[in-house]
Write a protein that binds this ligand. Structure first.
Ligand code: LLP
Length: 404
């Protein structure tokens, strides 16, 4: 996105023009940014051509997944709903991995019937359940086991998953126990070790540590794995000050690992593929002066974008039309929902705003719409895919009649 003649423009269309046609709030995604992200991701790891499975939880729009599929990516899913959506988008089951700590009997059964690449199990109980179902279907099922490497991802605690106090994966003793269990099972084929230490990771060193931990386990395990699934977690720059993840160093660490272990690598990126392609555009309903600051009351709220309320996450917020006047008071951008956490950001300096002006909240392509809800019985916003000067409605705006 950039300003052209003071108007914030996505690809070749100004956000104001889109708002005039489709109303607010809306999510828009840039196709060329998506293409660039996928190409950069592939380039970063081209020396070992991993299988890249898009983490569907980050954006569940079937049209987005369809576009991603066209670049040859597979999918990482965590529920039967996501699995159905990935299949609907046309992703080949041989490129789908199924993660998650609590897969139910019917979810496992569905995944087996669809012949997906791997069910990545997270406990011995789950593996026994997979074994039981596979036996009843007289099948041999390829699985992975998620290791909890007890590695600090150095990210927000709420999105950290690789430490021993987190519910994810199994510790190394259980891991060895599982290997033995699988050796004695005719219905389970243990093909993969998976790890995922957290999300929005900007420092490559936790990945180095994770690879070391995995390497040690492999050396001791005496089991031939075909795949190592390293999960996702690659962070993006939400602020201009954010340092970027050093992909070169991550690539070097994986190459070092691959010299010792002859395996195929799987990645499960979500945010790094779709995060910075998305923008949420909202209109100012009212401006309220509270003395020390002004509340900018938007028509978008925490139900449309949950990240600031849930994690205190920061999203760059920009005026859709630029002016030279500056506000004298700080602005607090809030939504109409009856919660004090329904707040996007407070900014000390911003251009002078008026009621009915438009605001763009940036980098919301990942965990934006996918975390949205109908709280306060608010219909969900429309989603648009922008390709050059073309706009495609990829999900209609919900109507009250859909939810009432
Ligand atoms: N693989 C597994 C097993 C995961 O649990 C996740 C994310 C991913 C891959 C993709 O991670 P990514 O590349 O997107 O970082 N709602 C939070 C993020 C939660 C991430 C959950 N798991 C947020 O808005 O920041």
């Amino acid at each position: 996105m950039k300003y052209i003649n003071r108007r914030l423009t996505i690809e070749k269309i100004s956000l104001q023009k889109i708002a005039n046609k489709f109303g607010t709030p809306f999510y828009s995604y840039s196709y060329s940014k998506l293409k660039e992200n996928i190409s950069n991701f592939k380039k970063s790891f081209r020396s070992f051509s991993p299988l890249i499975c898009f983490a569907v939880k980050s954006n569940t729009n079937v049209n987005i997944i369809r576009e991603i599929k066209k670049f040859g990516l597979g999918a990482d899913v965590v529920s039967v709903g996501e699995l159905m959506m990935a299949l609907k988008a046309g992703i080949n089951p041989s490129k789908i991995v199924f993660s998650g700590v609590g897969k139910t009997t019917s979810e496992i059964s569905f995944a087996i019937d669809k012949k997906i690449l791997l069910i990545n199990a997270e406990s011995l109980s789950e593996i026994k359940e997979i074994n039981r179902i596979a036996k009843s279907k007289n099948k041999r099922i390829k699985i992975g086991v998620r290791l909890n490497p007890n590695t600090d991802a150095k990210t927000l605690s709420q999105i950290s998953t690789g430490k021993k106090e987190n519910k994810f994966g199994v510790n190394k003793n259980t891991f060895y126990e599982i290997i033995n269990y699988c050796k004695n099972s005719k219905n389970i084929d243990l093909k993969c070790l998976s790890v995922h230490i957290g999300s929005q990771i900007l420092d490559y060193r936790p990945y180095e540590k994770m690879l070391k931990a995995v390497s040690q386990i492999l050396n001791k395990s005496n089991h031939k794995f075909e795949f190592i699934d390293l999960g996702g977690g690659m962070g993006i720059s939400y602020t201009d000050k954010n340092k970027k993840l050093n992909y070169k160093k991550y690539n070097t660490a994986v190459l070092k690992f691959l010299r010792k272990h002859k395996v195929k690598i799987i990645f499960e990126p979500g945010r790094s593929i779709i995060g910075d392609t998305g923008t949420l555009v909202s209109k100012i309903i009212y401006i309220k002066d509270s003395g020390s600051k002004k509340f900018i009351i938007l028509d978008a709220a925490m139900n449309d974008l949950m990240r600031p309320a849930l994690y205190g996450a920061f999203h760059k917020t920009l005026p859709v039309t630029k002016s030279n006047k500056t506000s004298k008071k700080p602005y607090e951008f809030v939504g109409p929902i009856c919660e004090s956490t329904d707040k996007f950001v407070t900014l000390k300096k911003f251009q002078l705003l008026n009621e009915k002006d438009l605001i763009a909240i940036c980098d919301v392509g990942a965990y934006g719409m996918s975390l949205s809800s109908n709280y306060n019985l608010r219909p969900k916003p429309i989603e648009l895919l922008i390709k050059g000067s073309k706009i495609k409605v990829i999900r209609k705006r919900q109507k009250h009649k859909d939810i009432i």
